[in-house]
Design a protein around this ligand. Structure first.
Ligand SMILES: Nc1ncnc2c1ncn2[C@@H]1O[C@H](COP(=O)(O)OP(=O)(O)OP(=O)(O)O)[C@@H](O)[C@H]1O
Ligand SMILES: [Mg+2]
Ligand SMILES: [Zn+2]
Length: 485
């Protein structure tokens, strides 16, 4: 059996996937694990009193507490197979539990058993000066206690074998390029065995967005968004679009108030696979192009009525629409062929709208047309038409609930938080947050705030001084533990 190539864990090394010789086991296909039968064990290994998770209970978050992990038999079976697919896997990582199941991958929490053998510049905890790890796994101290290093956890992302190799390579390459970006979860290493690729990332403790977003104060929102915009500013600075900004892709720990951006599965470099769109033209050029487009089209009849031509011979418009329903920017819905990093800003706007309105999901469309209707309901027909025209599209609707001018965002927030009838007002802080929200939810991407500008905005400055508050307790958790021998 072939051994696993040494992991690429040092900075300044060029990126490569560590390819293993094919194992005798077939790698598995993307299975839907729905078996109800639970098993009273985690990874099948015996947990003695030295079990890392018992010594260092992590937090009250249900996902972080591994002591009472009850694994579905299918999950344990999956974990076994993953460990068997890669020679030497068990000596490197101890799989603990499944922590995520997305569209493109299953993610497991694991203990990094060979942490001490490598340069761990990815380790965010290590950089926390309150805790200095010893060089060896255990140190004997004079009083008969044994000091043991806090176990180090990683997230192992098993990318479904049905994903295209180009897509997988794209994700890993971008992650490698972004390794030094603040608030972006770095890639530690990656392995491949036949068609199975796994990416190894530092495990980041986080809470489920649905559990905390309703409790967030405006200051909490500012701190949360400062962290997210810090990530985006560094990602955008190098010309990368994330394309899938949503709460599950921004792992946030409300206790330490730290967050990291994950999931670059749909990310792309700005300008790749792009065709000029008139939204990038200056005003005169755009007018000329619109006129030419109107002449070509049969959409507007002689009497001014608008409709679909019976035999539409126009080539269909193609553009990257990758992303998640409800978080797609209007230019994505209008199939803009020259999308920019501003698409991510819109998605952050949707997150902020969700938090302020205390409603998740805020947008709940079945498809792109419904998504346009939802956006048009808020912003009104006129602005939506204008937004379409930017990209050479005609937006028309006769839906009676879509008014011509829509609603102001402060009204939406008051309604959704059931405060409009009582005549309640928004707090000053909320108003400031809404002003910022308006800058994120600009229909015209050129007018929308950039991540860099956002960091300078009054609203995000609000949380600047307080963002380090509350980190003390979590840092204390990182102290080395004393074990009786
Ligand atoms: N580094 C990490 N630390 C802790 N948990 C993680 C980490 N990376 C991913 N996860 C968990 O796994 C989930 C899925 O990860 P990711 O978004 O990378 O996969 P995906 O298959 O692309 O997901 P989706 O299609 O849902 O966006 C995350 O929402 C998170 O809960
Ligand atoms: Mg994801
Ligand atoms: Zn465009």
């Amino acid at each position: 059996m072939a051994t696993v190539a040494p992991a690429c864990r040092r900075r300044n090394e060029s990126f490569r996937i560590h390819e293993d010789a094919p194992s005798t086991e077939d790698t598995e296909m993307n299975e839907n694990l729905q078996d109800e039968e639970d098993r009273e064990d985690d990874d099948g290994e015996e947990d003695d009193e030295n079990t890392a998770e018992e010594q260092y209970p992590e937090s009250e978050y249900s996902e972080s507490s591994d002591e009472d992990v009850v694994l579905d038999s299918n999950i344990s079976h999956d974990m076994e197979r993953l460990q068997d697919s890669f020679p030497g896997f068990r000596s490197k990582y101890r799989l603990i539990k499944r922590i995520g199941e997305g569209t493109f991958s299953t993610v497991y929490k694991a203990e990094d058993l060979q942490y001490d053998r490598y340069d761990n510049s990815w380790d965010m905890e290590k950089e926390n000066e309150k805790w200095t790890p010893p060089p060896l796994k255990s140190l004997s101290s004079q009083d008969g206690h044994q000091r043991r290093r806090k176990p180090k956890y990683v997230a192992i992302k098993k990318i479904y074998v049905t994903s295209s190799p180009t897509r997988i390579l794209n994700e890993l390459e971008l992650l490698h390029d972004l390794r030094d970006c603040a608030n972006v979860c770095p890639l530690i290493t990656a392995f491949r065995a036949t068609d199975q690729v796994v990416a190894v990332l530092p495990y980041f403790r986080h809470a489920d967005f649905r559990e905390y977003f309703r409790k967030m104060t405006v200051l909490d929102m500012s701190i949360y968004l400062r962290s997210l915009f810090t990530a985006l500013a560094s990602v955008h600075r190098v010309g990368i679009l994330h394309r899938d900004i949503k709460p599950t892709n921004f792992l946030y720990d409300p206790e330490t108030r730290r967050g990291v951006l994950v999931d670059f599965g749909l990310a792309e470099r700005e300008g790749s696979d792009c065709k000029p769109c008139m939204c990038h033209d200056d005003h005169a050029a755009r007018k000329a192009r619109l006129r030419a487009a109107a002449e070509r089209t049969t959409m507007v009849t002689a009497n001014g009525a608008i409709g679909y031509p019976k035999q539409d011979t126009r080539p269909s418009r193609r553009a990257n629409r990758a992303g998640t329903r409800g978080f797609r920017a209007p230019e994505v819905l209008f199939k803009c062929t020259e999308q920019t990093t501003k698409i991510d800003i819109w998605s952050v706007g949707v997150i902020l709208l969700t938090i302020l309105s205390r409603r998740f999901p805020f947008f709940n469309s079945a498809d792109d047309v419904e998504a346009m209707i939802e956006i048009a309901t808020i912003f009104g027909r006129e602005k939506m038409k204008q937004a379409g025209r930017l990209h050479g599209c005609v937006f028309e609707t006769s839906i009676p609930t879509i008014g011509s001018h829509g609603f102001k965002l402060d009204k939406i927030i008051l309604w959704s938080t059931c405060r409009s009838d009582a005549g309640e007002k928004l707090s000053d802080d909320e108003e400031q947050a809404i002003k910022f929200l308006e800058r994120c939810l600009e229909l015209d991407p050129a007018k929308r705030i950039s991540a860099e500008q956002a960091l300078d905005h009054e609203f995000l400055r609000m949380g600047m001084d307080s963002s380090m508050e509350g980190t003390g307790d979590a840092a204390e958790d990182d102290e080395m533990d004393m074990l009786r021998v």
